[in-house]
Design a protein around this ligand. Structure first.
Ligand code: LLP
Length: 420
């Protein structure tokens, strides 16, 4: 649904009502382009399905942490899910509220815990006994009680890429299911902690509901045991992870996914509890594209290469996860298509953006790499001393520059030569 905001009008790809050609001319390439309408529609799908239920949505900041993107969500009263002190600072700078923010992550530092406690975050999602100990100590030192939930590893198979599957026993994440009950007892006995919930996150780019239902069943089983031990659980956080269409995947619609999960919790007799969701990709993934310009065509003996000005440093997902992103010309050419590997200028064979794509393109042409709104810019780097791309947000026929393109001198501004 959200893909339709990027559509061809008179043969030219548009973002809402703005031509991608004009965006590239005005801001240069590579360029991340987001659609406010698409962000809003995805949010409303979640919010609509939660309306009238005891459910709330926390935007996973890691998927796209640009202040303007976060601000679009904050204006709609979103909650946030953060994994670092840096992300907390972004949420606050973007107009989000600490009291609607949950703090996830496996290795929180004492300083991050302190800052989050002072800011007043809603809940710490804790993943181990040493982390509980540290949080208890930090909270005690500043005279506060930290609200905690334990991230439990439900040991379900999310049927996704191994690098982004997180709910199996073999993953580094969460408290093992069999240890959870005892860990809750330990948490409840710590004077500066207040147990408020339970959570899990089983992976990312999950395109079926069934792994969630398995995880929910496992969590509810535990909740009953934990409460039998006298520890009250107010909320159940089912994590993020709903997949999107990159190619031919058919994930459930957001509202169907939310309702199915909530209905299962109700049906199991737990409808009186608050339910949290922590989506990232399904809110922002198809709300963004990456525009890139063709530098050269390089015919080869075994393969033809199309060398573009975006690279693995701009969009790491293909190199890192073998991920597929659809690539299409901004202005369609009628010339015959050829099969190309679309690659960037970085000096690595792993620097590719698309393999074996049928395209008709000439140097100077613009291409759009789809589904780049999630884990795109946020995972970009300065490898090969490449300034990171600019980001813009389109809103109807208005365009906002939401991150200026980096200058080379900024890249080494913090460095220095040795003294003479
Ligand atoms: N909550 C927690 C605790 C998480 O670890 C994550 C993502 C989310 C929520 C959001 O999940 P989402 O709805 O976006 O799937 N870089 C990888 C994805 C890594 C996901 C890490 N955790 C990629 O580009 O595919």
């Amino acid at each position: 649904m959200t893909r339709s905001v990027f559509a061809h009008v008179d043969g030219v790809l548009h973002a809402e009502r703005v031509s991608a050609v004009s965006l590239a001319e005005r801001f240069g390439t590579p360029l991340y382009v987001y659609s406010r309408a698409a962000l809003t529609a995805a949010w409303q799908a979640y919010a609509g399905a939660c309306a009238g239920r005891r459910a709330s949505v926390h935007v996973a900041v890691k998927a796209n942490s640009n202040l303007a993107v976060l601000n679009v969500f904050a204006r709609m009263n979103a909650g946030f899910d953060i994994v670092s002190g840096g992300e907390l600072a972004r949420v606050l700078a973007a107009g989000g509220k600490a009291e609607n923010t949950v703090f996830s992550g496996i290795g929180k530092s004492a300083a991050e815990m302190r800052d989050a406690l002072v800011a007043g975050v809603k809940c710490f999602n804790v993943e181990s006994i040493p982390e509980l100990d540290r949080l208890n100590e930090v909270a005690g030192a500043i005279g506060k009680r930290a609200p905690v939930s334990l991230r439990v590893n439900p040991d379900v198979d999310a049927k996704t890429h191994p690098y982004i599957s997180t709910g199996l026993k073999s993953n580094k994440f969460g408290v093992a299911f069999d240890d959870a009950r005892a860990t809750y007892r330990a948490a409840a006995a710590m004077p500066h902690l207040e147990v408020v919930g339970i959570d899990c996150h089983i992976g990312s780019q999950i395109t079926e509901v069934s792994p969630y239902l398995d995880a929910v069943d496992r969590l509810l089983e535990l909740v009953e045991q934990i409460e039998a031990d006298g520890v009250k659980i107010r909320h159940i956080d089912v994590g993020g992870g709903l997949g999107i269409t990159y190619d031919d995947e058919t994930p459930p619609e957001i509202d169907v996914f939310v309702r199915t999960v909530l209905d299962r919790i109700d049906a199991r007799g737990h409808g009186h509890r608050d339910v949290y969701f922590e989506p990232g990709r399904s809110l922002v993934g198809n709300a963004g594209i990456l525009l890139t310009r063709v530098e050269f065509l390089k015919p080869g003996i075994e393969k033809n290469f199309l060398i573009v000005d975006a690279a693995m440093n701009d969009l790491a997902r293909p190199a890192m996860y073998n991920a597929y992103h659809s690539i299409e010309p901004v202005v369609a050419r009628s010339a015959p298509k050829q099969v190309y590997d679309v690659v960037g200028p970085v000096c690595e064979s792993g620097d590719w953006l698309g393999r074996e794509r049928e395209l008709a393109a000439e140097p100077g042409d613009l291409l759009a790499i789809r589904s780049a709104g999630a884990y795109g810019f946020v995972m970009s780097s300065n490898y090969n001393t490449r300034p990171r791309a600019a980001e813009v947000m389109v809103d109807g026929d208005t365009v906002h520059l939401i991150r200026a393109r980096e200058e080379v001198t900024q890249l080494f501004a913090g460095e220095s030569r040795l003294p003479d």
